[in-house]
Design a protein around this ligand. Structure first.
Ligand code: AMP
Ligand code: MN
Ligand code: MN
Ligand code: MN
Length: 294
């Protein structure tokens, strides 16, 4: 029996597979979600929906309700913001071509990152990172981080981000991602719902955050992640209030990437959405791929 929507609590609507910078396949993630008691799952690879059909099929095989997902990299006010799309038609051509365009700059950026690291005394990083990229179109900082750990330059992935690959550090290359307006439009016009991912991570001032949320809503964005693997308990309380203040739907997801790297495993978030919030899934019922009649 599938859990009815109003009773659903263990939704995990944010994670990554080998199609972007996760280490597990969509099939292994579906099995892990099922084993960990997930009642509604979404795979949200960065800037890529090429894994969606596999995730739909794998979820069905596991008897797991599924909703399509993506996490789009956006440049806003000179910083990178992530927007999650949920419940879109993954065959939509505008969404596919928009994402293809935004992925297009990753190859040259990776070469520049590698050149910068070489100047800092770390040769061969492009080739090293590429070995970890399950999808060569989606070479990301995470793949560089895995190479820097493997080659002994750092002991773990968080250390790589502290010492390299972030603003002001060797290996950081500024990049222009998609706009907020285009991203929300692609998601909406493909029938989906746009959600601001892990708002607690951006380090925005209150004024910048207000600008992000009001522009997002003006473009038709509807949701915000409240419970995520990136949020502290204080963040959860803060963004519960933010969701209520701006009348945003609330989302929940681990942001799981890898058993060895992620702080929160798939389906293992401890916090639940406050009963005062309206969960995103309450309006996505007709977008859910149910595994069987319910
Ligand atoms: P990219 O899209 O290539 O800029 O890579 C961004 C990815 O790097 C994120 O999706 C995370 O998976 C990872 N990442 C960013 N910052 C950190 C951090 N401080 N620690 C660990 N992983 C990080
Ligand atoms: Mn990632
Ligand atoms: Mn993110
Ligand atoms: Mn993510």
């Amino acid at each position: 029996m599938n859990t009815p929507l109003h009773a659903l609590s263990n939704a995990d609507l944010h994670c990554h597979s080998v199609v972007s910078d996760g280490t597990l396949t969509p099939e292994l993630l579906a099995a892990r979600a099922k084993a960990h008691g997930v009642e509604l799952w979404a795979l949200t690879d960065h800037d890529e929906i090429g894994g969606q059909q596999r995730a739909i099929n794998a979820a069905r095989a596991q008897g797991l309700p599924y909703i399509t997902g993506v996490e789009v990299s956006v440049t806003f006010a000179g910083k990178v913001v992530h927007i999650v799309g949920l419940g879109f038609d993954h065959t939509n051509e505008q969404l596919q071509s928009g994402l293809r365009a935004t992925r297009g700059g990753r190859g040259a950026r990776a070469q520049d990152m590698s050149d910068d690291l070489a100047r800092a005394g770390i040769p061969g990083a492009y080739e090293g990172a590429l070995k970890y990229a399950g999808n060569p179109e989606l070479i990301s900082r995470t793949h560089f981080a895995r190479f820097l750990v493997e080659s002994g330059h750092c002991t773990d992935v968080p250390e790589v981000f502290r010492r390299y690959l972030t603003e002001g550090k060797p290996g950081f290359v500024p990049h222009k991602w998609a706009t907020l307006a285009d991203t929300v439009r692609w998601i909406r016009e493909a029938g989906g719902l746009a959600v601001i991912a892990h708002p607690g991570r951006y380090g925005f001032t209150p004024t910048e955050e207000y600008a992000l949320i009001t522009e997002f809503i003006a473009h038709g964005g509807r949701g915000i992640e409240v419970v995520t693997g990136s949020h502290t308990a204080a963040d959860v309380l803060q963004y519960t209030d933010t969701a209520l203040e701006f009348d945003l739907l609330a989302s929940r997801g681990s942001d799981f990437h890898s058993p060895a790297e992620s702080r929160v495993d798939l389906g293992k978030l401890e916090d639940h959405l406050s009963g005062r919030l309206t969960p995103v899934w309450s309006v996505l019922g007709d977008r859910i791929h149910w595994p069987s009649a319910h």
